[in-house]
Design a protein around this ligand. Sequence first.
Ligand SMILES: *Cc1c(COP(=O)(O)O)cnc(C)c1O
Length: 489
Amino acid sequence: MARDRARETEARLSLSDMSPEEFRRHGHDVVDWIAEYLQQVDSYPVLPSVKPGEVRRELDEVVKGGAEPFQRLLEDFDSTVIPGITHWNHPGFFAYFPTSASGPGILAEMLSAAVNVNAMVWKSSPAGTELEEHTLDLLRGLVGLPDGFFGTINDTASSSSLYALAAAREAALPTAREHGLFGAVPGRIYASEESHSSIDKAAVTLGFGLEGVRRIGTDDQFRMDPAALRQAVAADIGEGVRPVAIVATLGTTSTSSVDPVNDLADIAAEHDTWLHVDAAYAGPAAIVPELRHHFVGWERADSIVINPHKWLFTPIDCSVLYCRRPEQLRKAFSLTPEYLKTEEHETATNLMDYGLALGRRLRALKLWFVLRYFGSEGIADRLREHCRLAAGFASRVEREAGWRVVAPVPFSMVAFRFCPTDDDGATDAADRINLAILERVNASGEVFMSHTRMNDRIVLRLCVGNLRTKEAHVDRAWELLREAATTVV
Ligand SMILES: *Cc1c(COP(=O)(O)O)cnc(C)c1O
């Protein structure tokens, strides 16, 4: 302890960083902490039992200002931060779209932080740029997309879709960049009623406004209805509105439904309109040969978003945007002040030209590690197993009196509902019962599921997507649901 103190004093006086030997020691402690955490993550309650403000109050109490030994930071992390963590790495995590921070991904994050690359332009880190290009070509091949899709990594699908729609705006309304949208003809983005809210946010941000998004109705399997889209586009054109983009979702958020992208591509082609595909969750499933059929036609899209930080074992954040017309992205975003000009500007890729962010960390490394460590067959085997577990859960729900699966299960997500009177249970009382079941099940600490609303009724969602989830965890989820239903009714 005294020696530590002396070393700290010395470090402070020398104005240097943590010493290499101290780094090595604490680094080993941190790796040990992570290994142990991953090994026994299921011993934590998946949802923390904290109230808003509780974590903050503890933190305010613990931190007094002034230098502290690293060991204490680690202890406080354990005692004040961890109790307020929702454990996304928990095998009982079935809510939203589960994610996994896999071993290779976590280790790559440490290396990325160490080299601290900022690949704004090629020159500011050549390997940063070229590793991203190489890795995204690798992934492109795995999901079966042809050459010509240029990939970039963004933080989230929300950013990726925003950039894609900015490129679509550039293509449809090329004067907008110079003059803004004031006085321009109104533009429209078409997406299904089931599309993600990030599309609306992008429309707000890009100046189309919420009215700039037309929500197209879906069929009985929650897929966009191409005939309704065709009609909406024709009606808009008749009124002088310019179609800007059609957004197809492959794997919607509420039910994981799959829009008929090939039909939508026909309509986009007829009107020379940008086709954006949101496959944030389901995209990695295209690696699995027997699931590839869901994606037929997506290669006709102008842009596609896939999130490796969802169902591809890459620690958050990592969202990939593939674009077949990268020059439109460049037209939308490229702006090079003198201080960023380099000799290689014309001959090399400068990733700052493809989105809003200038700074770019080495996000590609974790994806590169994940793809190579598991290999395409290893990844396919794992995704296939998640689908098998989801299908097994769905068939048990189907067989049980009073329970219904409310949508097809193309991937690893099941939308279902308890119908207490064993009819279709479309009542407010049934909604309340379903929410009560969910609350009870989530209070167990063993599993975490989420809900949505379909046809104006509460629906429960169970999605398998974590690397550590095994059959026993899904079995337990079902047991908890049935117990809760009995208790609640
Ligand atoms: C998760 C999801 C998004 C948003 O993803 P972020 O990376 O959190 O912005 C968008 N679309 C779909 C279909 C999703 O599943």
